[in-house]
Design a protein around this ligand. Structure first.
Ligand SMILES: [Zn+2]
Length: 299
């Protein structure tokens, strides 16, 4: 420990895994300044497109494990309440969820660290993630990708390494402006999934053929460089265990961060489970709410 921890919390997650979570205040590890700037466009088919043209694809752990999850969810549903078998099967389902979360978190940690180390200025677009999660077609894909966690981690790492992290307004017309000549054409596409399907477009003014994601990333970078510089905060928290996250018991499951406060979705999932099992499987991540046992040793 770099310093005496201010708190230690032992957490048991729903997969019966134990975690010791420390809160330690540390100074930033300021990296030497460089002139690298990057704009990042987040999408569904491509997790992140950089203004440099690089495309980063995310693992889709939930999709891969969905069939398996469905099978064990069904087995769990067919057991008697309060029985030992039910507890065993609940644990099995919880373990698959935990695995999905671990794959996702690992990917996001590595990506955000790599970006924060490489670039001095990082610009993201402020996506209305909770609004988009209400769109049921998109919700599972978005929850699986973890945009919000990516933003949180990237911001924390920018603070840690003394980088500039900026978020531009989500109503900046990043997808409809030509990043080469600035010509504004076409209507604003609010649905990110539509933009993902359109593979390329040509600027009617200068004739540049654009990859829409790269064009958006360049526009995000340009919009971000016009924003005022914000002074980095001197104190950071260990990103795995901020106090707020512990209070909300969402530290261990990204999906709950995304689905947090979406009681509407949960209720719908519950009522649907009675009518059609197949459909409930698609949303089962939200119906199996992890119940954490929190044992605070000292504050
Ligand atoms: Zn143009």
């Amino acid at each position: 420990m770099p310093k005496e921890p201010t708190s230690l919390t032992v957490i048991r997650d729903s997969a019966n895994r134990y975690f010791a979570s420390f809160v330690v205040e540390t100074g930033a590890e300021i990296l030497p300044k460089n002139n690298n700037s990057i704009g990042i466009d987040l999408g569904i088919s491509t997790f992140a497109t950089l203004s440099s043209g690089e495309k980063i694809f995310a693992p889709k752990p939930l999709k891969q494990n969905l069939k398996k999850l469905a099978k064990f969810q069904r087995k769990f549903a067919n057991t008697e309440k309060g029985s030992n078998r039910r507890e065993r099967r609940r644990l099995k389902v919880a373990r698959i969820h935990a695995k999905v979360k671990d794959i996702r978190t690992n990917f996001l940690h590595k990506l955000s660290t790599k970006l924060a180390k490489q670039y001095h200025d990082i610009v993201l677009e402020d996506l209305n993630v909770s609004g988009m999660v209400k769109n049921r077609k998109l919700s599972k894909a978005i929850s699986d990708l973890g945009w919000r966690q990516f933003r949180t981690l990237t911001e924390a790492k920018c603070e840690k390494y003394g980088r500039e992290f900026r978020v531009i307004d989500r109503w900046e017309p990043t997808s409809q402006i030509c990043s080469v000549c600035g010509f504004k054409g076409g209507k604003k596409e609010l649905d990110v999934s539509l933009r993902d399907m359109k593979r390329e477009w040509m600027c009617l003014n200068c004739g540049t053929l654009h990859d829409p994601d790269v064009n958006a990333a360049v526009n995000i970078l340009n919009a971000g460089s016009q924003l005022e510089t914000v002074e980095p905060k001197p104190i950071i928290k260990v990103e795995e265990a901020t106090e707020t996250e512990l209070e909300n018991q969402i530290q261990l499951s990204l999906f709950d961060i995304v689905a947090g406060g979406q009681s509407e979705t949960l209720n719908r999932t519950r009522s649907r489970r009675k009518t059609g099992r197949k459909k409930s499987v698609a949303n089962c991540e939200s119906s199996t709410h992890p119940e954490f046992e929190q044992l605070s040793l000292f504050e």
